[in-house]
Design a protein around this ligand. Structure first.
Ligand code: HEC
Length: 174
């Protein structure tokens, strides 16, 4: 018993010391969501439990609370998962499959109001670049999901940039 304890206890202490240094856990690398089982609920499970979106990077060059436009709310913060961040800048302006972008929308008094999410799911909706769109409450209630006409038509002004508005995908990160 003793040798095990002498090994495990210091290991445990070291690990807790390190995890105490930062409250940000590394984002786990997950298999991309599939068109056969995508739904608002499935997406919430992915971004709240399997790979919590707060562990993603904030969009490079657009970090922190940013002033936003209608209909998204007065302030926003945008997170992008590893498959997208690792691919940036994307020369052909197309986000890779597996991309998840989570936008926190805040009221003018900076209270978190809604999450709006874009997830790139292979084969989900080829006509509109395979994005699955969702609007969720901060507690995960699904308020809109799938291919809402409103999301698509407003974002389609940026179709050349894969429907993404805040930044050009091919923009250099330097
Ligand atoms: C009337 C226009 C409009 C509509 C409708 C709209 N958006 Fe947006 N969206 C924007 C603008 C403008 C931005 C840039 C950030 C900002 O100003 O808030 C944005 C940014 C985003 C982003 C961050 C990534 C990016 O494209 O820049 C996500 C994710 C997003 N919207 C999701 C959605 C979802 C989901 C819906 C539908 C439920 C939706 N949007 C409906 C205009 C719109």
């Amino acid at each position: 018993m003793k040798p095990v304890c002498t090994l495990i206890l210091p290991l445990f202490l070291t690990l807790s010391l390190f995890s105490g240094c930062s409250n940000k856990s590394p984002e786990p690398l997950m298999e991309a969501l599939q068109s056969s089982d995508i739904s608002g609920e499935r997406l919430w499970e992915r971004i709240s439990e399997e790979a919590p979106y707060e562990d993603y990077s904030q969009w490079p060059g657009h970090e922190g609370l940013q002033p936003g436009q209608s209909p998204h709310g007065a302030w926003h913060r945008v997170y992008a998962n590893k498959p997208l961040v690792d691919a940036l800048p994307v020369a052909d302006g197309t986000a890779p499959y597996g991309t998840i972008i989570v936008k926190e929308n805040f009221t003018s008094s900076r209270e978190l109001d809604k999450l709006t999410v874009m997830a790139k799911v292979e084969g989900y909706n080829p006509e509109n670049n395979d994005w699955f769109w969702a609007m969720l409450s901060p507690e995960g209630e699904v308020l809109a999901e799938g291919s809402p006409g409103g999301c698509i038509s407003c974002h389609s002004g940026m179709k050349y940039n894969d429907y993404i508005i805040i930044k050009n995908l091919d923009e250099s990160l330097e």
